[in-house]
Design a protein around this ligand. Structure first.
Ligand code: HAM
Length: 422
């Protein structure tokens, strides 16, 4: 036998039982996005490497070590499989002048790629739904996005999800803070691990995100970014908090939350569950008022978030939230003529919006009935020589008392209407 070819580490198939949960997630998020008036934009999976270097930041983990990048052998273009969606969305907004007629609210969905260490809830190909609003300065827009996510958790039946919130101020505030932080970390150099020492001068704010238990006390004592933010950034943050308070949203202000992408200013937040181990962040986002301009557009305030779909699916699975897609009708048929008739009737039923499965294995009556039962269909239609001769169908109510009826072919639709199937 030929050797089976395996999938690549970190790149997964989604089996049918799990894919059903994806559909549940998708239908809920899509209807909520409609309610909040976000429009879908389709974006390519491959972009210029340069987009992410400029957009996400040269010194981020993503750009430093996680991108799938290569040189196109045909034209030498430097290309990358998108590690996230914000930079591509901004590129599209600029390229197509999508804010020409005023602010716009967009969302996208699809796979993202990061070469990370694989573990539960962390893949190399994963999927996001991302939401980006362009042209909105007001904290009401940040708040509305947070409320949208809370509505999603509620509709999916997910609870115990913590919202952590912070303001990272504006760029000039961060520069000022950065030098104060470096001074403090220099004074505590003996406690820093090798990762922190590597980041000390390039990206000291990321050290604040470290989970190393040996550094926690020292980091707790570090100067706080929130104490260095400008008056305007503070007013914006207070406005956001007060809208959330008005909606009785519970949140924690985590003054060490900075997030791993360089484009943020002012608002940053994450929704975290403790039910998935160390990969508990199910959505994250914030404001990025400088990115549109940085990528060649005109100055446009913006904010957004992305949801990690695989992590949501893991949560739905752990809560045994299951949804089966089952046929309304399973057609058992014996013999060639019966099969042809089964296929014809199935098409007629589908024309009338029923979900129908036709047995095509030609097994015994008993085995076909077992399959009908297992399919969870409400009704079995049974067609054999007798039924062909009488131009009728035997119908068995599988989920009720198992009673049977003989119905003339010409009366099937009215019969189904009467018993309100579908
Ligand atoms: P992010 O925090 O890098 O933000 O990713 C958002 C979410 O994607 C995470 O909270 C997590 O649920 C999921 N995720 C990230 N990496 C992986 C992985 N390796 N495996 C499984 N799930 C993962 C962004 O991507 C920003 N673009 C969000 C944003 C949009 N900010 C403003 N607008």
């Amino acid at each position: 036998m030929a050797k089976k070819i395996q999938s690549i580490k970190g790149f997964y198939d989604v089996e049918p039982e799990r894919q059903i949960l994806w559909r549940v997630f998708e239908s809920k998020i899509l209807s909520i996005l409609d309610q909040y008036n976000y429009q879908e934009i389709g974006l390519p999976i491959v972009e210029s490497t340069n987009l992410f270097v400029s957009g996400v930041g040269m010194l981020t983990d993503i750009v430093e070590k996680e991108m799938y990048s290569w040189e196109d052998p045909l034209n030498k273009d430097a290309l990358t499989l998108r590690p996230e969606g914000t930079a591509g969305c901004v590129r599209a907004v600029n390229e197509r002048s999508l804010t020409y007629n005023g602010p716009i609210k967009l969302f996208y969905r699809g796979p993202m790629f990061r070469h990370e260490n694989v573990q539960k809830g962390r893949q190399r190909q994963f999927h996001q739904v991302g939401v980006e609003a362009f042209g909105y300065n007001d904290a009401a827009c940040d708040a509305e996005q947070i409320l949208l996510l809370i509505r999603l958790w509620r509709n999916l039946g997910l609870n115990n999800i913590e919202l952590q919130l912070n303001s990272v101020g504006d760029h000039q505030d961060r520069e000022h803070y950065r030098s104060k932080l470096i001074d403090y970390l220099e004074r505590n150099k003996a406690i820093l691990d090798s990762d922190a020492i590597r980041r000390l001068h390039d990206n000291p704010l990321r050290i604040l995100d470290s989970k190393n238990p040996k550094m926690q006390d020292m980091l707790d004592g570090a100067p706080k970014l929130i104490d260095f933010i400008s008056n305007d950034a503070r007013i914006h943050f207070e406005a956001l908090c007060s809208i959330l308070d008005e909606h009785e949203v519970i949140y924690t202000i985590n003054d060490r939350l900075v997030r791993g992408l360089d484009y943020y200013n002012r608002t940053v937040y994450e929704f975290i569950t403790n039910e998935l181990g160390s990969q508990g962040t199910i959505a994250g986002g914030g404001r990025y008022d400088y990115l549109v301009e940085k990528l060649g557009g005109s100055s446009t305030p913006a904010c957004g978030f992305a949801i990690g779909i695989e992590r949501i699916i893991l949560l739905l699975e752990s809560k045994a939230i299951t949804h089966a897609i089952r046929p309304d009708i399973y057609i058992v048929n014996l013999g060639k003529e019966a099969r042809n008739k089964a296929c014809k009737i199935a098409e007629l039923l589908r024309d009338n919006n029923h979900k129908v499965s036709v047995n095509m294995e030609g097994a015994s009556f008993k085995s076909q009935m077992k399959k009908a039962d297992k399919s969870n269909a409400k009704l079995a239609f049974i067609i054999g020589d007798n039924e062909i001769e009488k131009k009728s169908i035997k119908i068995k109510l599988l989920r009720e008392d198992g009673s049977q009826d003989d119905i003339l072919e010409s009366n099937i639709l009215s019969y189904l209407n009467e018993i309100k199937i579908g």
